[in-house]
Ligand binder design. Structure first.
Ligand code: EPZ
Length: 417
């Protein structure tokens, strides 16, 4: 199995261009099947989640043309057949084919999705939404057949503002009869990017980005050209690297607004940044003081940056407390950081962790436990003394476009072995 090897202590200088957002493109690609003409999506990141979605489209007989950063999809001849367990379990976002196939054919046959094991991650809110649109669900183990005579708009209150459920209900509702209102909807920027894509194809969606989304069903969706927004989590990851070991490091092609919570927290610790229209520059590192983090839904502090921020907090003077409110099992990577010398304590209920800093990290062999956990170890390896070797890197490559190449270009001593 390939591994990533890093020699720590080499400053990062230059420009890091941010790619398209994983958590948007993985919804845009399934959503494209709702259209019976060719759609073009640009700024597509080179990540394995996109490869896995492409394989599902090919399995369904869609025409797909992929070039650097761009994908063209024509689903006018796709076949409504079972999406196999293997294909379904490759990634979490395969669940977006539930809403899209239901919206297109009033029927979908697939399995419970895959994804990082950072919690139970049920899909009850997705299923509840489909039922309220008039669908009947047959569930056998992890196998789901969801079908409806005709989907009909309805009012759907989400018990939790789930990103996946909000998008999946939107996909099922765009061609349903009448009006759907999603209340307590999630408001992440990726949801706005997906709603804009659907509206560009002729859908009638209002309120994306707020907690109330209204969808008036339409009969037909036409072709369009759409761009994926920059990846705020990828940008946040490099920004934290810059705060730790940057010298004139520019994080480029970003929407700073999408990083407000992170920027505020980094400033609290003493990080100095120059924030431009679509970039942030870190001129030099500093001495940082501890702070507390509580993960929340957008625009709160993103859970997807929690583990990477934990690495940063090991380099801050004093005691920091992290409270993880979204997932019940997202501290596993801290145990790997401990192997590198981090001083961390995880509370029994696995919802809070304490980090005492500043501690000197040293390179060793560590395992990626999940996508962001892997990234948090990569950040640690950049600042640790000696050499760090990271295993299970397929987790990292699922969500970071050419991360090794991008870091080599700004001076990191890093390679895949
Ligand atoms: C999306 O996952 C992202 N994944 C996650 O990013 C991200 O952590 C998460 O949103 C929250 O921001 C993708 O977009 C592919 P949720 P999703 O539904 O849709 C519970 C990364 O690192 N819940 O908002 O699965 C759930 O268990 C990944 O890029 C239910 O109980 O997140 C979790 O505790 C990791 N029932 C919470 O809600 C449901 O039906 C948030 O889940 C749905 C969710």
């Amino acid at each position: 199995m390939p591994k990533i090897r890093i020699e720590g202590g080499h400053p990062l200088s230059g420009i890091i261009p941010i790619s398209g957002a994983k958590n948007s493109v993985v919804a845009l690609i399934p959503a494209a099947i709702l259209c019976d003409e060719t759609v073009t999506i640009s700024n597509v990141p080179e990540i394995t989640d996109v490869d896995d979605l492409e394989n599902i489209l090919i399995h369904l007989n869609a025409q797909i043309k992929r070039t650097k950063e761009r994908v063209e999809i024509n689903a006018s001849n796709i076949i409504n057949k079972e999406i196999t367990e293997t294909l379904s379990k490759k990634l979490r976002a395969s669940y977006y084919f539930m809403g899209a196939m239901l919206g297109k054919f009033n029927k979908v046959d697939m399995y419970f999705p895959g994804g990082c094991s950072i919690g139970a991650r049920p899909i009850n809110l997705h299923l509840k939404g489909f039922e309220l649109l008039g669908a009947k669900i047959t569930e056998e183990g992890s196998h789901f057949i969801i079908e409806a005579e005709k989907l009909k708009g309805n009012k759907i209150y989400l018990d939790f503002p789930s990103v996946g459920a909000t998008i999946n209900i939107m996909l099922a509702a765009v061609k349903a009869k009448g009006k759907t209102v999603i209340e307590n909807a999630a408001a992440e920027p990726e949801i706005v990017n997906v709603a804009t894509f659907l509206n560009n194809m002729g859908a009638k969606i209002k309120g994306a980005g707020t907690n109330t989304i209204t969808i008036s069903g339409v009969r037909y969706l036409h072709s369009c050209f759409h761009e994926v927004i920059p990846d705020r989590i990828e940008a946040g990851t490099y920004l934290i690297m810059g705060a730790l070991i940057g010298e004139n490091l520019k994080i480029d092609n970003i929407i700073p607004n999408h990083l407000e919570a992170l920027i505020a927290k980094l400033k609290e610790t003493g990080v100095e940044m120059e924030i431009g229209l679509d970039n942030i520059v870190i001129k030099e590192t500093n001495k940082y003081k501890a702070t507390d983090i509580k993960t929340l839904v957008y625009p709160g502090f993103p859970t997807d940056l929690q583990q990477i921020m934990a690495t940063f907090l090991t380099q801050c003077h004093g005691k920091s407390i992290i409270e993880e409110t979204i997932y019940e099992n997202r501290f596993q990577s801290l145990l790997e950081l401990q192997k590198m010398g981090a001083n961390v304590k995880i509370r029994k209920d696995n919802r809070k962790a304490t980090i005492n800093g500043k501690t000197k990290l040293h390179g060793t062999d560590v395992n990626s436990t999940d996508l962001r956990g892997g990234a948090s170890l990569l950040v640690a390896g950049l600042i640790a003394s000696g050499t760090t070797t990271i295993d299970n890197i397929s987790y990292i490559l699922r969500g970071y476009d050419n991360i090794v190449e991008k870091l080599q270009k700004v001076g990191a001593k890093i390679e895949i072995i």
